[in-house]
Design a protein around this ligand. Structure first.
Ligand code: SAM
Ligand code: SF4
Ligand code: SF4
Length: 374
């Protein structure tokens, strides 16, 4: 027998119950954290399960048959998620991203999308609702999601070559099915569709140009390919800096095949640097989480599958919002508690990464990506 890895599923991550203010101040959209950053973007993980075992996220050796995923009773219900989202929206959130694990594995997800699509900002505007998926069942679900009110979608795809893709998802899943999912999303009108490729040097970096070429030829500007630097999220993926291919080098390689020119960023706090093909073939993006920190404008909060609020992708602990949701507290009290948590936020892991010990995080074991989503 090899080394036994004790799953943290039951202990999960330290999560104090947020303090409820005695006299909650009504949210006014002006909430800012200690570094002056507003709250605009909420990423909601709807399941910690996944049908893939990407080695950089849920390596098979850890997430095996014995791994204890969260029991159904721990998960936030759709009503609890929608109620939380409504309170975040009152604080200024304008964008919701459903993620996971694999969000399309959560049963009847389109019902949740419908509930979230009915929410309005204090100004009466609809929210920008999107979803990140591995695309494995997208072909079947694209239409129902669109009908429920989903406007945009991001599909993760790390290689065009079938053998490399099967190796990277580590469950022998064929690339053709993900491409069919992207085609279905284009067909039902979810375009422009973002396709995220995590680039790992020595594993799939030779797929940069072939994947870009295929997506350009098949979908044109309806698909925006974005390259993500392989990140040191969690504690299970055995991350090494020499496996990161800096975005600048990815861009050089792409530019050599298809000349590029820069575009202006579309929104503050946007994670991707935007470029476009000079020949009108559409847009591409580069997300340089490792080589170019973007914490300064980070306006994202994350809600885990079991209702813990995380203030940073690299946080080691969350705040137990579910305890309040199930504890008989009023909307005003919970909104007040969210306000206090955000006001106290000072996370900026990526900016500090260089100065910190590789595994120190913000004081403990870091949260896993599949648990709070990307
Ligand atoms: N299962 C869905 C998917 O793969 O799109 C949603 C959840 S997944 C955790 C969200 C995103 O995180 C994906 O685009 C995935 O490629 C990215 N991701 C996971 N681990 C990563 C890592 N170590 N570095 C960079 N991106 C990572
Ligand atoms: Fe699953 Fe997405 Fe993680 Fe891959 S990146 S293991 S598809 S959650
Ligand atoms: Fe935001 Fe944390 Fe990422 Fe910085 S490291 S951009 S604070 S999630």
């Amino acid at each position: 027998m090899g080394e036994t890895i004790i799953p943290l599923a039951d202990l999960r991550y330290a999560a104090p119950v947020p303090r409820v203010p005695a006299q909650p101040v009504a949210p006014n959209g002006l909430l800012a954290d200690r570094l002056g950053r507003p709250l605009r973007d909420l990423r909601i993980s709807v399941t910690d399960r996944c049908n893939f075992r990407c080695s950089y996220c849920m390596p098979k050796e850890v997430f095996d048959r014995d791994y204890k995923f969260l029991p159904q009773s721990s998960l936030l219900s759709f009503e609890e998620i929608t109620r939380s989202a409504r309170l975040f929206v009152a604080h200024g959130v304008k964008k919701l991203r459903l993620t996971g694990g694999e969000p399309l594995l959560r049963k009847h997800l389109e019902v949740l999308v419908g509930q979230l699509a009915a929410l309005r900002t204090p100004e009466g505007e609809a929210l920008d609702i999107t979803l990140t998926t591995n695309g494995s069942v997208l072909e079947r679900k694209a239409e129902a999601l669109r009908d429920a009110g989903l406007k945009r979608i991001t599909v993760s795809l790390d290689a065009l070559d079938d053998a490399i893709f099967r190796r990277m998802n580590d469950v022998d899943f064929p690339v053709a099915d993900v491409l069919a999912g992207i085609a279905a999303a284009v067909r039902v009108g979810l375009a422009p569709i973002k396709v995220n490729m995590v680039v790992k040097r020595g594993t799939n970096d030779h797929e940069i140009v072939p994947l870009a070429r295929h997506l350009r030829e098949r979908f044109g500007p309806a698909v925006v390919l974005r390259f993500i630097e392989y990140m040191d999220v969690g504690a299970t993926n055995g991350w090494r800096m020499d496996e990161v291919l800096p975005s600048a080098q990815v861009r050089e390689r792409l530019h050599a095949a298809f000349p590029l020119e820069p575009l202006d960023p579309s929104a503050p706090g946007e994670t991707a640097e935007r470029w476009r093909y000079r020949d009108g073939g559409g847009e591409v993006g580069f997300i340089s989480s490792v080589t170019q920190a973007f914490c300064r404008d980070c306006n994202r909060a994350r809600l885990s599958t079991e209702g813990k609020l995380f203030l940073c992708l690299f946080a080691s602990g969350g705040h137990d919002l579910r305890a309040l949701l199930r504890g008989g507290f009023s909307d005003a009290q919970i909104a007040g508690a969210i306000g206090l948590v955000w006001a106290d936020r000072e996370d900026r892991y990526s900016e500090l990464r260089g100065a910190m010990e590789a595994d120190a995080g913000s004081g403990g074991r870091r949260v896993e990506m599949h648990y709070i989503g990307g």
